[in-house]
Design a protein around this ligand. Structure first.
Ligand code: AQP
Length: 329
């Protein structure tokens, strides 16, 4: 049986990119294996964030998880910090990844390119170590991610090979699974940049009123010419909108292109806005109900207990392998 693990960092308000690249697929994982979905709150601390913002974002993600169709009876939903084994395994694994490889991580380079060494926390540098701990604690075989996180799953795989060749088959080798359509939704203002919650220009937020997301789509940057064609290099703006539409309708961007071949930009944008409204309308309604009744709190509490049992077993296996003396028996 597959073990599937995924999570979202509560670094900002969730975007349509997070929805298309991650949230939208979560419920289907429940038909494919044993699912662990967490709120990566320790990861969110790797860049400056206000305490109240972090708390609110974490609540929102919990409610969005439930609104996405995740069923706490069929999966485990939890906050990362409520399972101490994440930090404990991190303390061990940090000795098996090296400065040279961490320095080469694209996320680290992107996030820290404009900072000097006295502004860069150790956490953002060592981010892949904690992410490896997140994955390995649950013996995850599949890690669904957007394109940007594939590199971190790859470094986790390197770590597993390194660790297991020294200590035997202790850690389970995970593999990244990238969303087929929509693994990298771009900003509506600048389609050369990813739509990111920590860089809100050109984002559609899941909490935006539908009229606001419609306006944002209608004023999205397009390309010269008037043809609706899927060509990310020559027509990045239109291609991004085609990708959004295709992802929401479960078709390919090429099929979407055919559907809109005779459309003008304005009518095409209207159709994309409608597709977003149709999908996000009911989703947002479910979120509003969950955030109001606070049902997510008990889900997170139960999730922490369930996740801790599994994580503690893996941690013990690793501690034993590296030679940490047990006093349990
Ligand atoms: N633009 C995107 N298109 C498709 N998928 C996306 N994801 C994020 N942005 C897009 C996917 O959402 C999940 C949660 O991501 P995360 O919070 O763990 O980290 P991230 O990829 O760094 O997301 P952000 O929104 O860009 O966060 P910040 O701004 O804090 O760095 C992942 O599956 C991710 O791939």
């Amino acid at each position: 049986m597959e073990r599937i693990l995924s999570g979202i960092k509560p670094t900002g308000e969730l975007t349509l990119g997070n929805y298309i690249g991650a949230l939208r697929h979560f419920k289907d994982f429940q038909n494919r294996g044993d699912v662990y979905i967490f709120i990566a709150d320790l990861h969110a601390l790797t860049m400056p964030i206000e305490a109240e913002t972090l708390r609110n974002n974490s609540r929102d993600i919990a409610a969005f998880y439930l609104a996405s169709g995740l069923d706490p009876k069929r999966c485990t939903i939890f906050l990362q910090h409520t399972v101490p084994a994440h930090a404990e395994l991190n303390a061990i694994l940090q000795n098996y990844l090296y400065m040279g490889e961490l320095k080469r991580m694209t996320q680290f380079k992107d996030k820290c390119s404009k900072m000097n060494d006295n502004q860069i926390g150790l956490g953002i540098f060592a981010y892949p170590v904690l992410m490896a701990a997140d994955i390995l604690l649950y013996d995850a075989t599949i890690v669904p991610v957007g394109e940007d996180q594939v590199q971190h799953v790859e470094i986790t795989r390197d770590l597993v090979h390194r660790f297991n060749s020294r200590y035997g088959e202790v850690l389970v080798l995970p593999r990244a699974e990238v969303t087929k359509v929509g693994a990298r939704i771009m900003s509506l203002c600048d389609p050369s940049k990813k739509m990111s919650k920590s860089d809100p220009k050109g984002d559609i937020f899941l909490k935006d009123p539908l009229s606001v997301s419609r306006k944002k789509i209608m004023s999205a940057v397009t390309d010269s010419g008037s043809e609706v064609r899927f060509d990310p290099a020559a027509k990045p703006g239109i291609s991004n909108l085609l990708t959004i539409y295709a992802a929401l309708k479960d078709i390919t961007p090429q099929e979407a292109e055919k559907r809109f071949a005779k459309f003008r930009y304005g009518d095409f944008k209207k159709a994309v806005a409608e597709a977003v409204e149709e999908e996000l309308g009911p989703f947002k309604a479910r979120y509003e109900k969950i955030i109001a009744d606070r049902s997510y709190i008990s889900v997170l509490r139960d999730g922490a207990k369930k996740a801790s049992l599994v994580a503690a077993k893996t941690l013990r296996r690793v501690q034993k392998a590296v030679g940490l003396l047990s006093v349990d028996e």
